[in-house]
Write a protein that binds this ligand. Structure first.
Ligand code: ADP
Length: 162
């Protein structure tokens, strides 16, 4: 049995939804690598270094988490790390089509790697980094969605971007 899994994503920035999923994954696997994708085509708000820094801080009290980054295909990263399980989250039906396509594409590329989907606590099932950024730009209170330091970093970044 694989003792480690990879949780890849943009994490732009990390939210309580991601953290909920990390904790659930660690109920199944003793070790989890949270892998930040470089994906410049998604035009992330935060740099990879900033996203890693926030993830490390947000997960500092969770045992078994490692934070890393990767370029290119997640299946190649899995091979490099000798890990054959990818964790992804399913929030709403709207996630399904994209996640389904991606999981099957990854399976085609690399049949030895399995994708496992986890569902967050209901209260996080509508939470996304994208909506969070919109809410932050409109001055919303973010305390229910992200740790305080992430909310501050987000507001600072958005004000710099103006
Ligand atoms: P990506 O650009 O790879 O979709 P995200 O950081 O948006 O990166 O999401 C990474 C993974 O975490 C995806 O599988 C996504 O469905 C999941 N995820 C994001 N937000 C939540 C949430 N609130 N609850 C559960 N899963 C989530």
């Amino acid at each position: 049995m694989c003792k480690r899994a990879i949780y890849p994503g943009s994490f732009d920035p990390v939210t309580y939804g991601h953290i909920d999923l990390i904790k659930r994954a660690l109920e199944i696997f003793p070790e989890l690598i949270v892998a930040v994708a470089h994906n410049p085509q998604k035009k992330p708000l935060f740099s990879v270094k900033e996203r890693i820094g926030m993830l490390k801080r947000a997960t500092s009290d969770i045992k078994g988490v490692m934070v890393d980054d990767f370029n290119g295909l997640v299946v190649d990263y899995g091979h490099k790390k000798k890990i054959n399980v990818i964790i992804r989250g399913l929030r709403m039906l709207s996630d399904f089509e994209y996640e389904f396509q991606m999981a099957l594409t990854n399976r085609k590329l690399s049949p030895d790697i399995e994708t496992i989907f986890l569902m967050p606590q209901e209260s996080y099932s509508y939470l996304s980094s994208k909506l969070l950024k919109e809410a932050a730009s409109l001055g919303a209170d973010l305390s229910a969605f992200v740790p305080d330091f992430v909310g501050k970093a987000l507001k600072k970044k958005l004000s710099e971007a103006k």
